[in-house]
Design a protein around this ligand. Sequence first.
Ligand code: C2E
Ligand code: MG
Ligand code: MG
Ligand code: MG
Length: 292
Amino acid sequence: RAKQKGRNAWECFTSDINDEVSMRMALRNDLQEAIEAQNFELHYQPLLGARGGEIVGFEALVRWNHPIKGYLSPGLFIPLAEETGQIGPISEWVLRQACRDMCRLAAEGYGRYRVSVNLSPLQFRRTNFLSNLQQALRETGLPPDCLELELTEGILMIDTVAAVETLHHLRDMGVEVSIDDFGTGFSSLSYLKQLPIGKIKIDRSFVRDVTVNRHDGAIVQGIISMAHHLGLGVVAEGIEEAAQRDFLTAHGCDVFQGFFFARPMPLEALRVYLKERTIEVGPAQVLQRNAD
Ligand code: C2E
Ligand code: MG
Ligand code: MG
Ligand code: MG
């Protein structure tokens, strides 16, 4: 009986593997077609000043516009694309599209905003990363200070010396850099002091229970205080409730991002959002709010 059970288990195991392999192969082929057809779209999520509520920028978040399955979230295909190397052309597209969209918004009179683009580890480590970036800025006409790159702690830990050098070049170019998902990675705090970066983004997992779990509350307070002492700005991501916002405001967080304020949206919806906010708040009040 044990033998039979064992064989069934093995059969089950192999068929699972086959399913997994064939599913991934199908996904990979679909992804290749999507790359060729440029079936991707960027959605933008507003980042808001914690004190004045003014828009300080947008994070560009890629979606795969699948002909049958609809919008697919990056969590479903970015990890695979990183394994297969397909992340290269996707990243190129994302960077250029984000730059083009920001230029377009400015040209249409919506204002000049900074866009944050997520970088994959492979992209950052490529030897021609900086020259590619410069080329993208030149081609699209986006001023370097309107671009922010979001890197994860992991990217910086792989080869710290090379990473620090690249970061210095970015700073010289005027491109802003932030550390994404802060607190979830390697978390060696000593590296922070040697990195020429502008801000850190507290990971959503800490924000979620910040008001109900005193450990998360303590961690978030600690991160904000440490970041400020190092001269870094602090963004909190994943804010879904007023209570979370209030906690973060009370502890001096600088920038807010989350569904509580706005969800990621296509460019067309972003135009509507920007129009509505200008009417609602009014340019004069925005200026006044920014001043205090
Ligand atoms: P991330 O960079 O940490 O982006 C924030 C994620 O949190 C986004 O998920 C956003 O939709 C989500 N989010 C924002 N506010 C809230 C909230 O209040 N509640 C909840 N539950 N979620 C919130 P998304 O768009 O699914 O992206 C997931 C991850 O995929 C990103 O995490 C980023 O690591 C990666 N990603 C997205 N776009 C790109 C890209 O163009 N290139 C690369 N390499 N990675 C990307
Ligand atoms: Mg991000
Ligand atoms: Mg993040
Ligand atoms: Mg995150």
